[in-house]
Design a protein around this ligand. Structure first.
Ligand code: PEP
Length: 235
């Protein structure tokens, strides 16, 4: 099971350090072996001393080592902290920040070449969901355009756009039908994301075809995130 926390634009450098250290102590003292990934803001990346199953990843980076790309970070900045995990294709980058599939595919190819673990997000907006499962899958499969799905360090995250940050979680039926279809095509770990909470994480992670969760809002308070890890530790 993989449990990941996406901080988005939350936490400071100081509060991130305290969050990571607390989660690390929790994993260590409870002998928890599930994989945990935390994606802090770029300004809070650092070299943390963690157990092997706690990884720090970056929410984003530009597909470059270094150069003149105002406001971006490249691999020089990630290498400083030995960051080798990246989130690509998140719905907020696609729909709020306007990343195209072409840009996403280029970013994916660049970080794949460098051996990064890539958590690759896919998911449909509400109007597509309302058009039915076939349309949803069609939309989701288009998000694999230009993406090498055989890449060994690939983790997928199915995150319906209408469920992200809205408090509306997809139903178990929604999740299992989309997950089983994706899994039928691509044999990679597949996380669910979209309003996962302390109260429903165990049920969701117990569904067929669900290999973990990518969590935003409900993961930002460290006590809640520890409870999420606790609730899924034997799955
Ligand atoms: C996310 O940002 O990946 C996410 C799933 O957010 P939330 O848990 O807040 O819906």
């Amino acid at each position: 099971m993989i449990i990941a926390s996406n901080f988005k634009t939350n936490h400071t450098r100081k509060s991130t350090a305290s969050f990571v250290n607390e989660v690390n102590d929790f994993l260590k003292s409870n002998d928890i072996s599930n994989e945990v990934i935390v994606f802090p803001t770029a300004t809070s990346l650092d070299e943390f001393d963690t157990v092997p199953n706690l990884t720090i990843g970056t929410q984003n980076a530009y597909a470059v080592e270094k150069g003149s790309f105002t406001g971006e970070i490249g691999t020089t900045q990630l290498d400083e902290f030995a960051i080798k995990t990246i989130l690509i294709g998140h719905s907020e980058r696609r729909h709020v920040l306007g990343e195209s599939q072409d840009e996403i595919a280029k970013k994916y190819a660049f970080f794949k070449e460098l051996g990064y673990t890539i958590v690759y997000c896919i998911g449909e907006p509400l109007e597509v969901k309302e058009a039915g499962l076939e349309k949803t899958l069609e939309y989701v499969y288009e998000q694999f355009e230009g993406i090498d799905t055989n890449y060994e360090n690939l983790i997928l995250a199915y995150e319906p756009v209408w469920a992200i940050g809205t408090g509306v979680t997809a139903t178990n039926e929604d999740i299992t039908s989309v997950h089983s279809a994706i899994k039928g095509r691509i044999d990679k770990p597949l996380l669910y994301g979209g309003s996962v909470k302390v109260a429903n994480v165990r049920e969701i992670c117990s569904l067929d075809g669900v290999d973990g969760a990518l969590i935003g809002t409900a993961s930002w308070v460290v006590e809640d995130f520890k409870q999420i890890i606790e609730n899924t530790k034997d799955l």
